[in-house]
Design a protein. Structure first.
Length: 421
């Protein structure tokens, strides 16, 4: 039996601390059922057939379930680790990790996680962020306009903020993804001058997602605007990686794979920016085994095609057009599959084909086959015009759908109440 409260005030506090189990949400799913977006939907979550899988029945959810798994919005890991009673008691007493100072202090832990998701995954209106392709090209030449520089700087700052927030919330998967985004956005802002730092961040993202231990202090320094890395720093790796055996008792291996897919791709881009083409190829190729079981849908085929185009570009830069073109052809085929199949994702398919053909055109020019390159580039322009028409058509349809839904809602709200006899 527990001790009785000495006063009515103490009894009230004890009552307030007590958890009413009838109000708790259902317990976390068994780990075997935590499959994220690998489980396809029976019906599309959005109108149209753009999310339909090519190789099996069902529709992709757009990565929503994977995002939920990585962000761990319901704190499933902590709940499994602490137990339901201890977890919800700590949550009620505001004892779980969260930012308690500054502009985010008024937010709950859950609200801060939603903020973190927006920092990492929110869609931007800027032209640079609309293309799902992750093909690396050096777009920094010193002639960027002020608006582009500002946008890239803000994107990099957001990734650093995401890493800082991930560290406070003690969310290692988010920390790994934040580092991958810092790597990507460093290359976008600094170009080749930022490649060494981009590679360092990608390597740290892989450490967190791996099967060994990692050092929290070594990770958190990357959230600084200009991190100073002490060459004499003695590593203190005590945090288990996402694929460590102790971690896998609390969360599925899919979380590790999602983080590694991003980290190895951006590591490859950083190595390519450094001119280390063979190493870049090896890094890109690390991703393919983790994609083997994934469905053929637009979102995931963009990931596959980006890898093949990046690999092709490493061969092109080494002067091997034949091997480059092999990879461009695979990437192009991924896109044409979506264009040709009934109810396929035509818009994404056309985008993939354009990226692959554009890379081929540049590779042909590099291989001193300028006439062939111009022919391919002409095909790219023609398809881009068609894609622009498709996008406008889709936009018009979506706006009409929204207007129709708004009118239906207004009519439903204005309908006279049914008389009751």
């Amino acid at each position: 039996m527990g001790k009785k409260a000495k006063s009515s005030k103490g009894a009230l506090k004890a009552k307030e601390r007590k958890i009413d189990k009838t109000t708790l949400p259902p317990p976390p799913k068994p780990l075997v059922d935590e499959v994220g977006s690998a489980k396809l939907l029976e019906e599309p979550s959005l109108p149209g057939s753009g999310y339909k899988a090519l190789d099996r029945e069902g529709f992709d959810d757009g990565g929503v379930a994977d995002l939920t798994l990585v962000i761990d919005l319901e704190d499933s890991v902590l709940r499994r680790k602490r137990g339901e009673n201890e977890y919800f008691s700590a949550l009620k007493a505001d004892l779980l990790p969260r930012v308690t100072k500054g502009p985010l202090a008024h937010m709950t832990r859950r609200e801060q996680k939603i903020k973190l998701a927006k920092l990492l995954f929110s869609e931007e209106e800027h032209e640079e962020d609309k293309n799902p392709s992750e093909v690396w090209m050096d777009t920094v030449d010193g002639n960027e306009d002020a608006a582009t520089k500002k946008h890239r700087a803000e994107r990099l700052a957001s990734a650093r903020m995401a890493l800082s927030l991930s560290s406070v919330l003690r969310e290692p998967a988010c920390a790994s993804l934040s580092l991958s985004e810092i790597s990507k956005r460093r290359l976008a802002y600094y170009g080749k001058d930022g490649a060494e730092a981009a590679l360092r961040c990608a390597d740290k993202a892989i450490e967190i997602a791996g099967a060994d231990f990692w050092d929290r202090d070594e990770i958190e320094i990357e959230a600084e605007e200009s991190p100073v890395i002490d060459p004499k720093y003695e590593k203190n790796a005590t945090a288990p990686g996402l694929a460590h055996e102790t971690t896998l008792k609390l969360l599925p291996i899919r979380v590790s794979h999602l983080c590694l897919r991003s980290a190895y791709l951006h590591r490859g881009n950083a190595l390519a920016a450094l001119g280390r083409e063979d190493d870049a190829r090896k890094s890109y190729e690390e991703v393919f085994p983790m994609l083997d079981a994934e469905p053929r849908c637009g979102r995931l085929d963009w990931e596959r095609s980006s890898l093949y185009v990046n690999i092709g570009n490493t061969f092109s830069r080494q002067g091997n057009y034949a091997k480059a073109n092999e990879n461009y052809s695979i990437a192009e085929k991924l896109g044409t599959d979506h264009i040709e199949v009934e109810e396929g994702n035509r818009i994404d398919g056309m985008g993939m084909v354009i990226v692959a053909k554009r890379a081929r055109a540049f590779a042909l020019k590099k291989d001193e086959k300028e006439a062939e390159g111009k022919t391919v580039l002409k095909e790219v322009i023609e398809m881009q015009l068609k894609l622009n028409e498709e996008n406008e058509k889709k936009k018009t349809e979506e706006e009409a759908k929204k207007l129709e839904e708004a009118q239906q809602a207004q009519e439903a709200g204005a309908a006279p109440p049914v008389a009751v006899s």
